[in-house]
Write a protein that binds this ligand. Structure first.
Ligand code: SF4
Ligand code: SF4
Length: 350
């Protein structure tokens, strides 16, 4: 396993680490096995979030007696101070710990959200907790390049979590160079674009990339510190460890070869870059379109995934049917996606 310095935190993290998003649907015994294998293989960083079902609870149990062996991060998505404080306390309880190595503000992808975080004193609270030693480092996660830049330029974050894969390279031009200049650690989520790059059915969308290639692609970028694929099966852990033990240095030519393997067939494919935001009625456009991407990949080939996608959609507050068809997002989308039309498809299908 190779390790890299996580920006100014000074932490050395494994180049491929453990994404715990899906652990909520894995039995405890299996979670213990996955964690055991990952740590034995040299992974030393695990990421979860308050909103990942009971992932934190299961991690708390699996890490009993081993807390000091891992760098643990979780994320809180609440935008009001009291809600944030409550969720943060639940994180500590669930994880059975008295400190969080990295606490992220979860998915800040609109200006409206960012304003609430600043105005409601959430960052001040986190900084006070850091001073008290209960949070060691402060991070943010985002799907928006523009909001990412705004947040990082405040100088209040040491780590950022960003989406990056062969079909979503929006962070390459400005955001990654900014992290380099500010010495901010970069953790990559969505190396498989939410599963659709590599899962059965992805060929329907024109993807033909292996999990190894996706991981290698993301981890080889010189500004990326670590990549956190979702590891809910032992075979995924083994693949991640195998890639982590490889040289992890794609040449520019090899990188281009992987990118060229993507020939997107759907005119509706959203890259999740977030340029279309904000939406006047508060629709989280990339979030909904990500579900549509997955729906297109899995419909009629994977019923379990179809159910999961529908369940996820029904938990979202601002659904596709509130779209006003104002087309502000269309004007901002670099891929000219017909977002209002896609919102209608989501309403109909999900
Ligand atoms: S067209 Fe719909 S999704 Fe796009 S900005 Fe307008 S209301 Fe939001
Ligand atoms: S709709 Fe366009 S701008 Fe918005 S996230 Fe998707 S690809 Fe990016």
């Amino acid at each position: 396993m190779k390790y890299r310095k996580l920006g100014k935190t000074g932490l050395d993290v494994s180049r491929i680490s453990f994404g715990a998003l899906q652990l909520g649907r894995v039995p405890q015994k299996e979670v213990n096995r996955l964690i055991e294998r990952a740590l034995a293989g040299g992974m030393n960083y695990i990421d979860t979030a308050r909103v990942y079902g009971d992932s934190e609870v299961k991690l708390g149990r699996a890490l009993k007696g081993r807390r000091k062996d891992v760098i643990l991060s979780t994320k809180v998505i609440k935008r009001d101070l009291n809600g944030f404080k409550r969720d943060y306390q639940v994180c500590l309880n669930n994880l059975q710990t008295d400190y969080i190595d990295i606490l992220f503000i979860h998915d800040v992808s609109t200006k409206e959200d960012w304003d609430k975080i600043v105005n409601n004193g959430i960052l001040d609270f986190m900084e006070a907790e850091k001073k008290a030693g209960r949070i060691h480092h402060i991070g943010c996660s985002t799907h928006s390049v523009d909001i990412g830049e705004i947040m990082l330029k405040t100088g209040r974050f040491e780590v950022v979590m960003l989406a990056y894969n062969p079909v979503n390279r929006a962070i390459e031009d400005n955001l990654l160079p900014l992290t380099r200049s500010l010495d901010i650690g970069v953790i990559i989520m969505k190396p498989f674009a939410g599963g659709i790059l590599t899962e059965k059915g992805s060929k329907q969308l024109g993807f033909n990339i292996t999990a190894e290639e996706s991981l290698l692609f993301a981890a080889s970028h010189p500004d990326v510190t670590t990549v956190i694929p979702g590891l809910d099966k032992l075979e995924y852990v083994e693949t991640a460890l195998k890639v982590a033990d490889s040289p992890l240095e794609l040449t520019a030519e090899e990188g281009k070869r992987i990118i060229k393997k993507v020939k997107i067939k759907s005119k509706y494919y959203c890259r999740g870059c977030g340029y279309c935001l904000p939406c006047p009625v508060g629709i989280n456009i990339p979030q909904l379109l990500k579900l549509l991407n997955r729906w297109e990949a899995f419909k009629n080939v994977n019923w379990a995934q179809m159910h999961l996608i529908r369940d996820e959609y029904h938990k979202i507050d601002q659904k596709a049917d509130v779209c006003l068809a104002c087309e502000q997002c269309v004007a901002r989308c670099p891929y000219n996606l017909p977002v209002p039309e896609m919102m209608k498809t989501i309403s109909r299908s999900l």
